[in-house]
Design a protein around this ligand. Structure first.
Ligand SMILES: Cc1cc2nc3c(=O)[nH]c(=O)nc-3n(C[C@H](O)[C@H](O)[C@H](O)COP(=O)(O)OP(=O)(O)OC[C@H]3O[C@@H](n4cnc5c(N)ncnc54)[C@H](O)[C@@H]3O)c2cc1C
Length: 458
């Protein structure tokens, strides 16, 4: 039997194969109260209204006239409570697609509500591509940049760093275009703004020429990988590891640009039968850590197959995630990555912490965006996960102090317990952002309870 990486990760992710991904619960054109929940099911609310304007003018009027809090929503793929409100949730599902492009400069403008899954094919048609992509492409463009969503590769910044202009609909309904020459301080802040400055309706991106990539994956001892990490990230455009918990091994993934011809298509979705079998192994042996580790090591080393693939970049970067989970991710200074991962792995093993989804370990280039998790420093992004039907609180509470020890900044879209008192000192440009927010939305129309807590506003 030969199992693909996805099948194994999926099984270790505990499948409950019935936990099939429901399509994004975001957008419905409605003004009456319809319950809202995020992808993992960990966040929910019953807003007074769910709005989906058909134009920027309609959106401006809706924001101007709204009573109570207004929260923008994309594809609801954030784990943290950025969206929940008893006021209005506004989706740009009707403002989606490419608006225009500049073939000479390799730039393109999209509506903010465009699902990233539609951007790859649209850009391919005009010979362009995003320089790098996240682990999935279910997010919307405006939702992704709101939280500094990123992929991996120490020479690549988050999606927000590719933004060269945007249009913002403010709390008073004014429509504002901004870029490096036009309201530069607003542009700077709005590129990572958690939906707290207004609704971003249009985003202009600096892209690159369409390209193909070659993805290779293999299983290797985690310690060996960490020792070789400086060379691995130097030799590969995009490199990450997924560390299998309670085992000695990780799955390494290297993605590099190539001019070689396309090979096989990316493997299709997982095999439920094999995944169910592995899930049973987990359920039966999780109380015997040694045996469980042996089985995981054996499965990883001998039963996983890794079909190499060469294809269009956007088809290779994005994965299918059809097993739901909750996630905590911190960005630690790049040099601290290996030590931080070692400590997390040890803690999970020593404390016999109950989780099965691999730890994702990636690199992201520094930028200068005030609220970006990568502001001023190259970072290593480390994510821990818990299957959505299992309680994540104890697990994440055990791991989070390790991230603090390494000066980590939490991913805005993922779970953490910090408030403004702890967050502000982590961000040298905190005050720059807060000044822009105060000037654009002095009454806090776009603030829900979570944003008030992380921004320190009553
Ligand atoms: C399975 C899975 C895999 C993931 N993989 C990665 C990954 O590889 N890398 C990574 O960095 N993150 C990853 N994430 C996190 C995810 O990319 C971010 O949380 C992202 O912000 C979600 O985008 P969304 O469109 O779903 O927006 P939502 O979650 O709906 O909203 C996110 C934020 O954007 C704001 N927003 C949405 N639309 C607008 C708008 N038009 N104007 C202004 N603000 C707006 C919202 O108010 C909110 O603050 C993953 C999440 C999941 C569930």
């Amino acid at each position: 039997m030969s199992l693909s990486r996805r099948e194994v990760i999926k099984a270790l992710g505990l499948l409950g194969a019935a936990g099939v991904l429901s399509s994004a619960p975001g957008a419905r054109a409605a003004t009456r109260a319809i319950p809202w929940r995020n992808w993992s099911g960990g966040q929910s609310c019953i807003p007074a209204a769910r709005l989906a304007p058909a134009s920027e003018e309609q959106l401006a009027a809706m924001i101007r006239d709204a009573v109570g809090t207004v929260r923008p929503v994309g594809s609801a793929h954030s784990f943290s409570p950025l969206v929940p409100t008893e006021g209005s949730i506004v989706s740009l599902a009707n403002l989606s697609g490419m608006i225009r492009h500049d073939p000479a400069r390799l730039q393109a403008e999209f509506w903010g509500g465009t699902p990233m899954s539609q951007m790859g094919p649209a850009l391919k048609k005009i010979g362009q591509a995003l320089p790098n992509m996240a682990d999935i492409d279910y997010q919307t463009l405006a939702g992704a940049i709101a939280t500094s969503t990123h992929g991996t590769g120490p020479r690549f910044g988050s999606y927000s760093t590719n933004v060269i202009g945007l249009r913002l609909v403010k709390a008073d309904g004014e429509i504002l275009d901004c870029d490096a020459g036009n309201h530069p301080e607003i542009f700077d802040a709005a590129r990572v703004s958690l939906g707290s400055l207004g609704l971003i309706t249009r985003v202009r991106l600096q892209n690159r020429k369409a390209f193909r990539v070659h993805r290779k994956e293999w299983v290797q001892d985690t310690e060996e990988l960490l020792e070789q990490m400086p060379q691995l990230i130097k030799d590969n455009d995009h490199f990450e590891i997924n560390t299998l918990l309670h085992s000695d091994v990780s799955i390494a993934t290297a993605i590099n640009e190539t001019s070689d011809p396309r090979t096989i298509a990316k493997e299709p979705g997982g095999d439920v039968e094999k995944a169910l079998m592995l899930s049973r192994v987990h359920r039966e042996h999780r109380d015997s850590p040694r045996l469980y580790a042996m089985i995981v090591n054996f499965i990883a080393r001998h039963l996983i197959s890794f079909p190499e693939v060469i294809d269009d970049s956007y088809k290779v970067f994005a994965n299918v995630r059809d097993v739901r989970f909750n996630e905590m991710e911190y960005e630690v200074p790049a040099a601290a990555g290996p030590a931080c991962l070692r400590e997390i792995v040890k803690k999970i093993r020593d404390q016999k912490l109950n989780s099965f989804i691999p730890i994702e370990y990636r690199y992201v280039k520094a930028d200068q965006i005030p609220l970006s998790m990568f502001q001023g420093r190259d970072a290593c992004a480390i994510s821990v996960h818990q299957y959505f039907e299992m309680d994540h609180h104890n697990f994440f509470a055990q791991i989070e102090p390790i991230f603090w020890k390494y000066d980590g900044r939490p991913h805005w879209g993922k779970l953490h317990t910090l408030n403004a008192r702890q967050l502000a000192p982590l961000y040298p440009r905190w005050k720059d952002f807060m000044a822009v927010r105060e000037s654009l939305d002095p009454r806090g129309k776009f603030l829900n309870a979570h944003l008030r807590s992380i921004f320190g506003l009553s």
